[in-house]
Design a protein around this ligand. Structure first.
Ligand code: GTP
Ligand code: MG
Length: 228
């Protein structure tokens, strides 16, 4: 069938990968955090909120399969005002809601922009999944894949799209490495072999620099986003 006139759709200003709002200004940068169950995604989101909330207007979307536990944790910890935290209950495999049918997540992102915006940054946490879960580029502009040293030091070698292609790979819980016998140097070598030039951050949220290197990476992405 051929149409000889333009088709118009109801306008939803961020309902796509379009980086602009209806008024032409740049919308919030959206960063997705994915990775296996319990690797430290919510803890990283909480630490990023604490590190960046004074300088950026932020909001968070969490995805859980049947609960709102991650959002409730962030609310309890008061990492952001409650109106800036939104929970999506995926009710299915977590990757479905971030990759295949992203409508519930896009709606959550849009509602946050409408209700508390303009925002600089929206963090979208996926439900914990396996090594194959990645975000649709229609939902997020960049993705962080969080693994941890306790999940086994052969995870970087095993690859998979998260480890191989995420814009930033975070290897979390380095404080546990001596206790679980994980070889951090080997993980770094394997990650570099899988990822080439793409960055890797080793992190412990129990000490040292904490989330600072990841927060610095987010700042760089924000700086590049607003001038484009
Ligand atoms: N020792 C140590 N524990 C950590 C670190 N980061 C997170 N944890 C703990 O690991 C557990 C899981 O962390 P979460 O942030 O809930 O992990 P998650 O990836 O969001 O988990 P799901 O959303 O259930 O997939 C919690 O008990 C955290 O306190 C770390 O750097 N070191
Ligand atoms: Mg979580």
């Amino acid at each position: 069938m051929h149409l000889d006139h333009d088709v118009t759709y109801p306008q939803r200003h961020t309902h796509s990968a379009d980086p602009h709002r209806a008024d032409g200004t740049r919308r919030a940068l959206r960063i997705g955090l994915g990775g296996p169950v319990g690797s430290g995604k919510t803890a990283t989101v909480a630490a990023l909120c604490r590190a960046l909330r004074a300088e950026l207007s932020m909001a968070v979307v969490t995805n859980d399969i049947y609960t709102r536990e991650d959002a409730e944790f962030l609310l309890r910890e008061a990492v952001l005002p409650p109106e800036r935290i939104s929970a999506v209950e995926t009710g299915a495999c977590p990757h479905t809601a971030i990759r295949d049918d992203i409508s519930a997540n896009l709606e959550a992102v849009e509602e946050l922009e409408d209700s508390v915006g303009p925002l600089d940054l929206i963090l979208v946490e996926s439900g914990g999944d396996n090594l194959t879960a990645t975000f649709s580029r229609g939902l997020v502009d960049a993705q962080i894949f969080v693994i941890d040293v306790a999940g086994g030091d052969d995870i970087p070698r095993k690859g998979g799209p998260g480890v191989t292609t995420a814009d930033l790979l975070v290897v979390n819980k380095t404080d546990l490495a001596p206790h679980v016998g994980s070889d951090l140097e080997r993980m770094a070598r394997d990650a570099a072999a899988q990822r080439g030039e793409l960055p890797v951050a080793f992190q412990s949220l129990r000490g040292g620099e904490g989330v600072a290197p990841v927060a610095a990476w987010v700042r760089e992405r924000i700086a590049a986003w607003v001038v484009r």
